[in-house]
Design a protein around this ligand. Structure first.
Ligand code: ZN
Length: 242
């Protein structure tokens, strides 16, 4: 267990590092995972980004960026599968859309590790935002030992719905394996209702404009991600009006 600390104008970002082990060989620690994410553009740091909430942030997670890169996603999913290799998992279930890719790769690696046919299943969002098993998948899940997977946990909402849906059809949740837990103080095993494992647990700082250290430094706004473009257009309109 190792801590990475980075200070930004007195604010600290803390990343808890875990190391996944397999027969004594290290598979991937949190920093290696975040480096893979960075290499795909899925994790931007040392930037000046406007979040959807309007807050100013220096780091940004873009989970969609990693999915097109099969080598990266395969390596990440192998690390997500590894802690559950000896738990007799029979099916992996994740919420669409990310969960479609994750369940496929994690189940593939568990199948390779165990020599058994581990199934990959996804749930779908309903109009009232529940996660349900359709396409007859409830019959494939019923009575089985299940691993639930997800990319990024912020409130844990989707994962809790998947856990409840899977339990309802009479399956046993063995664990929940995620890439990133953004809110480790709140989103715990207790909250999701099953043992929870994350490749990285980190809380990213966010500031109001008035307190933003990047604004104080005069750092350029990132217009490639987040709401930077809208923010700058608004600023321009305001200065024209005044
Ligand atoms: Zn700022």
């Amino acid at each position: 267990m190792k801590d990475f600390l980075r200070d930004t104008a007195g604010f600290a970002m803390k990343i808890r590092c875990i190391t996944v082990k397999s027969k004594g060989n290290r598979i991937m620690n949190s920093q290696e995972f975040l480096d893979i994410l960075k290499s795909t553009g899925g994790y931007i740091t040392n930037s000046h980004i406007i979040a959807t909430s309007g807050k100013h942030i220096d780091s940004y997670m873009n989970k969609d960026a990693i999915y097109p890169h099969t080598k990266a996603i395969s390596a990440v999913c192998r690390a997500m599968a590894e802690p559950f290799a000896k738990d007799g998992i029979e099916a992996v279930v994740g919420p669409a859309l990310g969960g479609i890719v994750l369940s496929q790769w994690v189940a593939h690696h568990l199948s390779e590790m165990t020599g058994k046919d581990v199934l990959a299943i996804y749930t779908e969002k309903t109009a009232d935002k529940d996660q349900i098993l359709t396409r007859g998948y409830d019959k494939l899940v019923a009575g089985k030992r299940i691993l639930v997977v997800e990319d990024i946990l912020t409130t844990g909402g989707s994962v809790i719905k998947v856990v409840n849906t899977v339990k309802k059809v009479g399956a046993e949740i063995v664990g929940v394996s995620v890439m990133i837990n953004r809110n480790p103080a709140v989103v715990t095993s207790e909250l999701v209702g099953a043992p929870l494992t994350a490749l990285a647990s980190l809380t990213l700082p966010a500031w109001d404009e008035a307190d933003c250290p990047m604004c104080k430094q005069g750092m350029e706004i990132n217009v490639s991600v987040g709401k930077g473009r809208d923010y700058l257009a608004q600023k321009a309109a305001q200065s024209k009006a005044s």
